[in-house]
Design a protein around this ligand. Structure first.
Ligand SMILES: [Ca+2]
Ligand SMILES: [Ca+2]
Length: 287
């Protein structure tokens, strides 16, 4: 696994934002399968976050222990959660923002004047080793994970157009922080916006499969996977060493599967329903 290195994200902007409290969850998918798979990190009623892997559609398994997320050296409360391939090595990584819902031991925190001091926690960033196991790389990413705050929302998107996923964190009683992805030695990438011209909107619910270098990556078009946030509607694919994409398959929300031609990586493209080749061999997406 290629480490993110120091300062993989960099705080570059602040704006004032207030949000309410609640529970965070997120969704992403990566494993090749006849249908798809999905990771759903969520915090249950007992306060433990769980990582669910989808096998056959609609069937989930608890993979928290396998992913080495059951016993991190420090466990935050867990709110906004995003899976994204931040170093673009082909394996989705995990970002979590934290903040208590009951007062903690403020003596362990540096003194602050704000009322919310005793609710503050730091955020966490986990790197995927490519086999579905995660390593806490928070200490090397102080801009994102080294600041204690009452964080709630976490949105993800490429705001500066360099192809790398950036993060926006909202906090209670504090300012939002926009963290630019400056991870070194990133792999190739592709961003795809799926559009339905007939309905003149993004095709939320579509499932995009990218094939490159003998591998397949699957992403769902879904901007609302994190707590109280809407993220970049484009599907982001980290491709590792693959500089060319062989084929793109889009399973539209109505079940029709279209194939779009391969092309060079490291670009943002738009695929429009009806402009591809209907791929009868793939059939309709299972429900
Ligand atoms: Ca990665
Ligand atoms: Ca970026």
């Amino acid at each position: 696994m290629r480490p993110f290195g120091d300062a993989a994200v960099d705080r570059i902007a602040r704006v004032q934002v207030f949000v309410d409290v609640g529970r965070g969850c997120s969704r992403s998918s990566e494993r090749p399968s006849p249908t798809s798979s999905a990771w759903v990190p969520a915090r249950n009623a007992l306060g433990y976050r769980t990582l669910w892997q989808q096998g056959p559609r609609g069937h989930f398994q608890d993979q928290t222990a396998f992913a080495r997320l059951a016993g991190p050296r420090w466990r935050g409360t867990g709110f906004g959660t995003v899976m994204g391939d931040f170093d673009q090595d082909g394996a989705p990584d995990l970002a979590v923002v934290n903040g208590r819902v009951v007062r903690g031991n403020s003596a362990a925190e540096p003194p602050r004047e704000a009322f919310w001091q005793s609710y503050a926690e730091r955020n966490q960033l986990f790197a995927n080793d490519g086999a579905g196991r995660f390593r806490d790389v928070s200490p090397a990413n102080a801009a994102f994970a080294g600041v204690s705050a009452v964080s709630r929302g976490l949105a993800c998107g490429d705001f500066d157009g360099d192809g790398a996923l950036d993060l926006l964190v909202t906090t209670v009683g504090g300012r939002a922080r926009l963290c630019r992805n400056v991870a070194p030695s990133r792999g190739h990438w592709l961003m795809i916006r799926a559009n339905d011209p007939e309905r003149r909107r993004d095709a939320y619910g579509a499932e995009i499969t990218v094939e490159a270098a003998g591998r397949r990556w699957v992403r769902q078009v879904n901007a609302c996977g994190s707590y109280l946030c809407s993220s970049d509607p484009r599907a982001h694919f980290g491709l590792g060493q693959a500089a060319t994409v062989d084929r793109i398959l889009v399973a539209w929300p109505d079940g029709v599967v279209e194939a779009f031609p391969g092309q060079a990586a490291d670009r943002s493209i738009v695929v429009r329903k009806g402009e591809g080749r209907v791929n009868a061999g793939e059939g309709r997406r299972g429900r």
